[in-house]
Ligand binder design. Structure first.
Ligand SMILES: Nc1nc2c(ncn2[C@@H]2O[C@H](COP(=O)(O)OP(=O)(O)OP(=O)(O)O)[C@@H](O)[C@H]2O)c(=O)[nH]1
Length: 385
C-alpha cells in the first residue's frame, strides 16, 4: 500500500517540511537554484521570499495562479506574498482541489537574518497546518571563508548552525592558502562542537544535493519507516568528546557565544512513567523554553514499553508526542534524547531528567520541590557546568 492509497482512506500523512537558513550571502539562493534542477525535487514546493532574486527564467513553465509556479523539473515555486501561513494554506488548497497533483515536500528559504525557530513555531502551533505538515529538518548554510567571523559576530548565525540537522559548507572552493585551510579545519571542529549531530556537507564537492538535504527527519524517505539512530545521530555526540579537546588546540577557541551553547544526549534503559515524562517536558518548556534550541528523541514509556514516544521540540514548542507502533532498531529500546541548549548547562538538564525519571542523584532536590518552584532548583546558579 502506498502513501497515496492510505491517504484516500484515512487522514493524509503530514507533508514533510524543510527549512533552509544561512546568514546573508551564505549561498542560499545559489543552492536553491541548483536544487530546483534536481529531479529528486519533483513534487516539492519551494517557498521563497521573492522570485526576483532567483534565476528562474529558464526553469519557468507555467504560472498557475495564487503565486504558485510550476517548473520544468516538476517542482512548484511560490513566493511568500501574504505570510507563510497563507502560502502554506494555498498549497493545501491547491492539493485538496486537485489543482496541484502531488505535493511530497515543502522547502522554505528563510531570510538571512532569521532565527528559524519562529518559522517553525508558526507551523507547529497552527491548529490546522500542524496536522498537515511536519518538520522534516533544518538545513543551515555556512560560508567557509567568512563563516567563522560571522559566527563570532552574530548570535543569530550561531543559533542557525546550532539548530541545524544538516550544515552545508559553501565556498570551500575559494580556500587557497594554508592559513585559510587551517582556519577552515578549525571551523569544522567548531561546528562539530556546537552541533555534533548535524552532518556537514561541502557544496562545491557536490554533496549538497536533495538526497542529502531532504528526508533528514525520523522517517526514512525511501522506506517511510522510522529510523531513530539516523535521526538522532547519537554517536556523533560521543565522538565530539575527543573533538572538543582538539578544538582547544586550534587558535580560535575564544568564542564566548559558543560556550553558551551545549549539545548533549541523555539516555536510560529504565522505562519512564508517562506522567513523569509529561512533567519533565512541561517544566523544561515553561521554565526554560527559549533555552532549548532543539530537543529530539525517543522515550520508553513504563505503561507502554513496546511503543516508543517520539519527542521533537524547537524552543518551547513541541510537536504533539507521536507514538510509534514499535521500536525500529532491533534491540536498542532505551530512552534517548539529544539536546542543543543555550545558557542551559548539561548537568542541570541531567539532574532534572534524573529527578523525574527515577535515577535520582543524591544531591538532587525531589520532584515535588522542582514542580513547586522550577526556577529555584538546587545546584543551578546560572553558571555552567
Ligand atoms: N565560489 C563560490 N561562490 C559561491 C558559493 N555559493 C555561493 N556563492 C556566491 O556567493 C554570493 C552570495 O550567494 P547567494 O546564493 O546570493 O547567497 P544568499 O545566502 O542567498 O544571500 P542573501 O540572499 O543575501 O541572504 C554569490 O555571489 C554566489 O555566487 C560557492 O560554493 N562557491
Amino acid at each position: 500500500m502506498t502513501e497515496n492509497d492510505a491517504g484516500r482512506r484515512g487522514p493524509k500523512p503530514p507533508i514533510p517540511l524543510t527549512v533552509i537558513t544561512g546568514f546573508l550571502g551564505a549561498g542560499k539562493t545559489t543552492l536553491l537554484n541548483r536544487l530546483l534542477k534536481d529531479p529528486a525535487m519533483a513534487d516539492t514546493a519551494v517557498v521563497i521570499n521573492e522570485f526576483g532574486e532567483i534565476g528562474l527564467d529558464h526553469l519557468l513553465v507555467e504560472g498557475s495562479g495564487e503565486g504558485i509556479v510550476e517548473l520544468s523539473s516538476g517542482c512548484l515555486c511560490c513566493t511568500i506574498r501574504g505570510d507563510l501561513v497563507t502560502t502554506l494554506e494555498d498549497l493545501l488548497r491547491g492539493l485538496d482541489n486537485g489543482r496541484i497533483a502531488r505535493l511530497d515536500r515543502v522547502v522554505i528559504e528563510t531570510t538571512g537574518l532569521a532565527d528559524p525557530a519562529p518559522i517553525l513555531h508558526t507551523i507547529m502551533l497552527h491548529p490546522y497546518l500542524s496536522l498537515r505538515y511536519r518538520l522534516d529538518g533544518v538545513v543551515t548554510l555556512v560560508d567557509a571563508i567568512n563563516g567563522n567571523a560571522t559566527l563570532d559576530a552574530h548570535e543569530e548565525a550561531l543559533r542557525q548552525a546550532a539548530v541545524a540537522d544538516r550544515i552545508v559548507l559553501t565556498k570551500t572552493d575559494l580556500i587557497e592558502s594554508d592559513a585559510q585551510r587551517s582556519e577552515f579545519d578549525g571551523f569544522l571542529v567548531r561546528l562539530a562542537t556546537l552541533n555534533p549531530g548535524a552532518k556537514r556537507l561541502e557544496a562545491s564537492a557536490g554533496e549538497a544535493v536533495a538526497a542529502n538535504l531532504l528526508g533528514t527527519g525520523l522517517y526514512d524517505p525511501e522506506s517511510k519507516i522510522p529510523d531513530v539512530a539516523r535521526w538522532l545521530n547519537e554517536e556523533a555526540y560521543r565522538d565530539r568528546a575527543h573533538h572538543h579537546h582538539h578544538g582547544h588546540d586550534h587558535s580560535h577557541d575564544v568564542n564566548r557565544h559558543d560556550d553558551r551553547i551545549r549539545a548533549f544526549t541523555l539516555s536510560t534503559s529504565k522505562p519512564i512513567q508517562a506522567s513523569a515524562l509529561e512533567m519533565f517536558l512541561d517544566l523544561m518548556r515553561s521554565a526554560h523554553g527559549p533555552k532549548l534550541l532543539r530537543v529530539k528523541g525517543v522515550v520508553r514509556i513504563a505503561e507502554d514499553p513496546d511503543r516508543p514516544v517520539v519527542i521533537h521540540g524547537v524552543q518551547h514548542v513541541f510537536h504533539p508526542p507521536a507514538t510509534l507502533p514499535a521500536w525500529p532498531n532491533g534491540d536498542d529500546r532505551r530512552t534517548r534524547l539529544v539536546f542543543i541548549t543555550s545558557d542551559l548547562p548539561e548537568g542541570f538538564v541531567r539532574r532534572m531528567f534524573d529527578a523525574f525519571t527515577g535515577g535520582l542523584a543524591p544531591d538532587t532536590p525531589d520532584r515535588q520541590a522542582m514542580t513547586d518552584n522550577p526556577l529555584s532548583i538546587g545546584g543551578f546558579s546560572g553558571t555552567f557546568d
